[in-house]
Design a protein around this ligand. Structure first.
Ligand SMILES: NC(=O)c1ccc[n+]([C@@H]2O[C@H](COP(=O)([O-])OP(=O)(O)OC[C@H]3O[C@@H](n4cnc5c(N)ncnc54)[C@H](O)[C@@H]3O)[C@@H](O)[C@H]2O)c1
Ligand SMILES: [Zn+2]
Ligand SMILES: [Zn+2]
Length: 350
């Protein structure tokens, strides 16, 4: 089959690879109808994700139809339409039992390298999904009316936005600043709408800011330079934010979020980090009573019902983020456009 593979040295290629087959009794094989490129895929290319294997299939956002099932899968049948979770949880450990699927002690992820289970990803004609009963969501009932594109981001960035919104613990009087108006920042802003006094979304890229303004309103998104502090100070009359969310995953952004919150405020880190290190003034953080919440992987299974039902009820139209629709054959161009921020979201059809 055709698939997007990690080609080493920060490159991807469309290549011919062996079709996946059932390996574990809980597996399903899904014929991919739509797949997308995520900000985390860019981290495979910028060297931030350790343990990438050359020739491995990448990608982790997908909707498709089940073509084969392991003997222990009970909730799915061949021919049904499903949404996949990027996070592959076991469903039986203590963390899973508590609904904290992102801290599953057998945690894996699709297409994100050898440190997360070395599972091949979904930017392909077919993908193997372990723990199919838990990690594939049947698009039936109230969700059956969703198109593939409407459902597609529910297995990652849309639901990660809802998870980030939960971590922010919004109160009606809160001003919440989000740095990074990529898909994750946009969906976090959408998930926070109506749950706090104001959301302020910041980005250093003009195209991203004007896109966010179109989507969420002129007074929601702002262009920032190196230091976002002056914009936040201006917009909050000097009060600063109750919560600042790092939806980028860069040390500079993390450090700046610490300065964007008022005393007793919280910083939520949803952007991904690898080997970076940060020096911070402990005394200053201590006396200001800052809270820092690292997200870990998005807790998809705990929030995808809420996220998808919001889409089904018309609360969010995730397809508005799709700027590029390409064939899987043109994935290399899709990666280029996404990395250059020309694209907000690239959807590939195998
Ligand atoms: N925790 C999770 O499970 C999870 C899930 C999905 C994505 N992510 C991560 O979330 C982050 C965002 O993902 P995305 O898909 O939106 O990626 P993206 O790359 O499309 O968006 C990042 C945005 O940040 C902006 N940016 C970069 N540096 C900036 C700076 N210094 N100041 C202001 N803006 C800046 C960019 O212009 C871009 O618009 C990534 O790190 C991704 O890996 C985490
Ligand atoms: Zn992702
Ligand atoms: Zn588990």
């Amino acid at each position: 089959m055709k698939a997007v593979v990690y080609a080493g040295d920060g490159r991807v290629e469309v290549d011919s690879v062996t079709d996946p087959r059932i390996q574990e009794s809980t597996d399903a094989i899904v014929k991919v109808a739509r797949t997308a490129i995520c900000g985390s895929d860019l981290h495979l290319l910028d060297g931030k994700t350790p343990g990438m294997r050359e020739g491995s299939v990448i990608g982790h956002e997908f909707v498709g139809v089940i073509t084969d099932l392991g003997s222990e899968v009970t909730r799915h049948a061949q021919g049904t339409r499903v949404l996949g979770s990027f996070l592959i949880a076991c469903g039986s450990c203590t963390a899973c039992a508590a609904g904290r699927f992102n801290f599953c002690s057998n945690r894996r992820a699709l297409g994100l390298g050898t440190f997360t289970g070395d599972l091949d990803g979904a930017q392909a004609e077919y993908v193997r999904v372990p723990g199919a009963d838990l990690n594939l969501k049947l698009l039936d009932g109230a969700l059956s009316g969703l198109s593939d594109e409407e459902a597609l981001f529910g297995g990652d960035i849309l639901t990660t936005g809802f998870y980030a919104a939960e971590l922010a613990e919004p109160e009606p009087e809160d001003v919440i600043v989000i740095v990074g108006a990529g898909p994750v920042g946009l969906f976090t802003a959408a998930a926070l709408r109506g749950r706090c006094a104001r959301v302020i979304l910041l980005d250093r890229d003009e195209i991203r800011v004007s896109f966010a303004q179109e989507l969420l309103g002129q007074d929601t998104a702002f262009l920032v330079g190196e230091d976002p502090h002056p914009v936040v100070a201006r917009e909050t009359g000097g009060e600063l934010a109750s919560v600042a969310i790092d939806a980028v995953g860069s040390v500079d952004v993390f450090k700046s979020t610490l300065k964007l919150v008022r005393e007793g405020g919280a910083v939520v880190v949803i952007g991904v980090y690898g080997a970076e290190r940060v020096e911070m003034s402990m005394g200053r953080a201590w006396v200001r009573g800052l809270q820092v919440r690292f997200s870990g992987m998005g807790n998809i299974h705990a929030h995808w019902d809420t996220a998808l039902m919001t889409v089904a009820k018309g609360g969010i139209d995730p397809t508005r983020l799709i700027t590029h629709r390409l064939s899987l054959d043109d994935a290399v161009e899709g990666y280029r456009a996404f990395a250059a921020r020309e694209a907000t979201k690239v959807v590939l059809t195998p």
